[in-house]
Design a protein around this ligand. Structure first.
Ligand SMILES: CC(=O)SCCNC(=O)CCNC(=O)[C@H](O)C(C)(C)COP(=O)(O)OP(=O)(O)OC[C@H]1O[C@@H](n2cnc3c(N)ncnc32)[C@H](O)[C@@H]1OP(=O)(O)O
Length: 555
């Protein structure tokens, strides 16, 4: 059971042994900390020697970069919910290795989340010294980072006894401490959406390689067009803010430059000071292309430093094997992205879901699946058609507005003809919706109250333009279905026999996916096989049941 939100883990084991023992250490730490886990490295730190140890420099060595890769990979496997950050403030190329007047901790470093506990893997030899060691750890941590007085300290050692055997074998192996080549100016590029272990590995290793300046190109709008589920990518400003916070915590001494990337090269092909670019196996070709451009621009090529991609132990069949932001984004589908605004003014039941999304995005198939799970369906396209019934007020007003050339021979409204008049023409569409939306809204309210009488728990209001109509207040939650525009056009032309131009006109009469996602509580996508959609809907439904339970329990 977690007791603390943020903790610092002080690792004291030799660097070359840590990759083998880090997983159980992290999993014990995760039992105590549930949000942010800072990791501070001080191989060989002796907390039981009777004297108070002080922080020292650690040189940037190859073992350190191996450990960083392993640590984030293990963290994703054993404590994926934790925001792990390896602190590199004390990593510094120095000949002495001892604390000096230039020590990187002249004053304790503030961290963006204030630590509430300090943990260590230090092996306690004499159980009678436990109190002395924890006090020593608390004081040591206070020299390094701003911590509140009386910070609780915990020795994780008791849970690690099983490792001793393996460790003894490792101790006998010779420790490699091959130095890591460093460069004054290092550059990387990426989207950095929902900062995950692979990003943190890339950032931490780049920090090890850079001795003066670290430049990060962050993909902006033009670079995101082709990304899967691009609508769920965090805004540029938020991605930059998260990068700044991570790097301010982990390597505050570096000069940090974050610049927008509008093309695949950005500053990397024009900045003469840059010396090294950090790439993965996947982006190595991009690094080579950068060097080609630099040569064309009369600049020296960059050293390509390749890092290993982290494997995603939780990836599904349809997801990539590496840890990737697009897999993380697809896992968000069906989950509650934004909690619903206060709906206490609405009756708690039936709980009303407003299902919306662009034409062709698969709303109807999702509505059918929700109906099969027990929801009462309310199809607003159909209700809209009811409004046009011969002899109704709606019929009369629409004919007054649009003329009799929208009528079939039997005087019923030819909806196709009406559609041609309004889609692609904002004013004419508004004239139509001003007539029909209030009528449809009345019918929706009527259907909701009928569902209540039938004892239904959930209603799904399937409304193509729910947000455009300002109907958010009619529902408890908004669920939005999205698919890329090209796919929507293909589906509309096939299903409704429209031309590509007419399909585009219809889509352009609606809000963009991104604008709808901004208002969504839950997002779904029918882009993949029906089975994938089915799983998403089931996930969304099961999570919804829990929310309804909480709402009704709270009444
Ligand atoms: C708030 C709501 O969502 S109510 C439900 C939507 N209905 C309205 O807004 C009423 C105005 N629209 C209409 O009356 C009809 O769509 C007409 C007459 C223009 C065309 O009728 P039909 O050719 O039979 O088409 P139908 O009603 O099936 O709608 C076809 C597509 O147009 C889109 N559409 C419907 N109304 C609108 C609108 N006001 N603005 C933009 N797109 C719309 C829908 O997304 C639908 O595609 P989808 O089923 O893939 O989501």
């Amino acid at each position: 059971m977690s007791m603390f939100s943020t903790g610092i883990l002080v690792l004291t084991s030799p660097l070359h042994t840590l990759p083998f023992r880090i997983a159980p250490v992290l999993s014990s730490a995760a039992q105590l900390v549930d949000r942010t886990l800072y990791v501070h490295l001080h191989p060989g730190l002796n907390l039981g020697g009777g004297t108070q140890p002080r922080p020292v420099f650690i040189p940037p060595v190859v073992d350190l970069s191996t450990l960083i890769t392993r640590l984030y990979s293990n963290a994703a496997d054993v404590c994926g919910h934790l925001d792990v950050r390896v602190l590199l403030t004390n990593v510094h190329a120095t000949s002495s290795g001892a604390a000096s007047p230039n020590c990187p901790f002249p004053t304790p470093q503030p961290l963006s989340h204030s630590p509430e506990v300090v943990l260590t893997d230090f092996a306690l030899q004499d159980p009678n010294k436990s109190h002395q060691v924890t006090q020593c750890l608390e004081r040591y941590t206070g020299h390094c980072y701003v911590c509140r007085p009386g910070l609780p300290s915990v020795l994780l050692q008791p849970q690690l006894v099983k490792l001793q055997e393996k460790e003894e074998t490792l101790q006998s192996q010779e420790e490699k401490s091959e130095p890591l080549e460093t460069y004054s100016d290092v550059v990387v590029g990426g989207t950095f959406d929902r900062l995950h272990g692979a990003h943190k590995t890339l950032l931490n290793i780049s920090c090890l390689l850079a001795s003066r300046r670290f430049t990060i190109g962050v993909c902006d709008q033009a670079m995101l067009k082709k990304k899967v589920l691009k609508e769920l990518i965090e805004p540029y400003s938020l991605r930059v803010q998260r990068l700044q916070e991570f790097l301010q915590d982990t390597r505050p001494s570096l000069q940090l430059e974050i610049v927008p990337l509008e093309d695949p090269f950005g500053v990397s092909i024009v900045d003469p000071q840059l010396k090294c670019i950090v790439v993965s196996e996947e982006t190595r070709k991009g690094g080579e292309a950068v060097n080609k451009k630099r040569l064309e621009n009369g600049l020296p090529p960059l050293v390509l430093h390749e890092i290993q991609l982290l494997k995603d132990a939780h990836h599904t069949e349809m997801e990539e094997e590496k840890i990737s932001s697009s897999s993380l984004r697809s896992r968000l589908l069906g989950t509650l992205l934004t909690p619903p605004k206060d709906t206490s003014s609405r009756p708690p039941l039936p709980y009303v879901i407003g299902l919306t999304g662009g034409s062709g995005s698969g709303k109807s198939s999702i509505a059918k699946q929700l109906e099969a799970l027990g929801a009462a369906p309310i199809d607003c396209d159909k209700l809209g058609h009811e409004v046009y019934q011969l002899g109704s007020a709606g019929h009369r007003r629409v004919v007054e507005e649009f003329g009799s050339d929208i009528l079939n021979e039997d005087k019923s409204i030819d909806r196709r003809a009406l559609g041609r008049k309004v889609f692609g023409n904002k004013e004419r569409l508004k004239a139509l919706t001003d007539i029909v939306w209030p009528e449809i809204a009345l019918l929706v309210k009527d259907r909701i109250s009928r569902a209540k009488d039938e004892g239904k728990q959930v209603c799904v209001v399937d409304a193509a333009v729910l947000l455009e109509a300002g109907w958010k207040d009619l529902v408890h939650e908004v669920w939005v279905t999205i698919i890329p525009e090209e796919e929507a056009v293909l589906r509309i032309t096939e299903r409704d026999g429209l031309t590509t131009e007419d399909a585009l006109r219809r889509l352009q009469s609606q809000w963009s996916n991104s604008r709808q996602v901004e208002h969504a509580n839950v997002v779904l996508s029918t882009l993949w096989e029906p089975e994938v959609t089915r799983k998403q809907v089931l996930k969304a439904w099961n999570l919804l049941q829990k929310r309804i339970q909480q709402t009704t329990d709270g009444q």
